[in-house]
Design a protein around this ligand. Sequence first.
Ligand code: NAP
Length: 241
Amino acid sequence: MTETIAFVTGANRGIGREISRQLAAKGVLVIMGARERDRGEKAVAEMKAQGFSAEFVHLDVTSQPSVDHAAAEIERRHGRLDILVNNAGVALDWVPASELTADAFQETFETNVFGAFRVTRAFLPLLRKSKRGRIVNVSSRLGSLSINADPNNSLAVRNQLLAYSASKAALNMITIHFANLLRGTGIKVNSGNPGFTATDMNRHTGKKTVEQGAATPVRLALLPDDGPTGGAFSDEGPEPW
Ligand code: NAP
């Protein structure tokens, strides 16, 4: 049987590293993208020490040459890609909207929106060579317009992450557009919400473990051929846009 090949961005720590581990535990060859070579190679070495198939590819999602180089490298090594997980992300704005700077807003979009778009676009030709391509955009309930628009929703009331939330709403639109574009090709595109997970991003205040946070993105990465496309999901089921 042909091996399934996945590429995970921001795979050196947090949810991305755990997504990589869970995919590898299912027999997937995981290519781990990281912007710091040392940290990426260390994460790959840890996977290999556990007996998993893993490779390293350097990737900074904010750099078009870096993204193009990563796509060319995976094409050279494998000639195709079955699963793309757009996981790399930042949350820089833990302040009320009135105190958010345009620079922090822009920097957030550079990674969470343009980064995911750049990577999706660059890797689409390789995904088209797969028999069953899957794209998972690691999103967040904070990106839900309907939740944020509900004044009685406790998450909306507490939410002080305008740039991050807007970036995940934009990422969800990327999910919808690529899902519509690729409908009928066999390539499925979905947003996966990990839930509030203890990682460096929130100084480990999240309530879920990385094992729990990675579960939904992994499930979407391994969707069967009759699975959904163009949706947002958490471990509770479909999520509101
Ligand atoms: P994390 O521990 O801070 O990890 C973020 C990862 O993204 C790191 O590997 C980081 O690499 C990488 N990254 C950031 N900018 C990058 C760039 N320009 N190019 C390549 N890689 C880059 O955060 P996390 O909690 O695991 O978050 C992973 C994803 O889950 C994010 O998209 C986040 O928005 C989403 N999410 C998290 C939660 C949560 O509660 N934690 C909830 C919902 C959604 P470096 O090590 O080089 O910085």
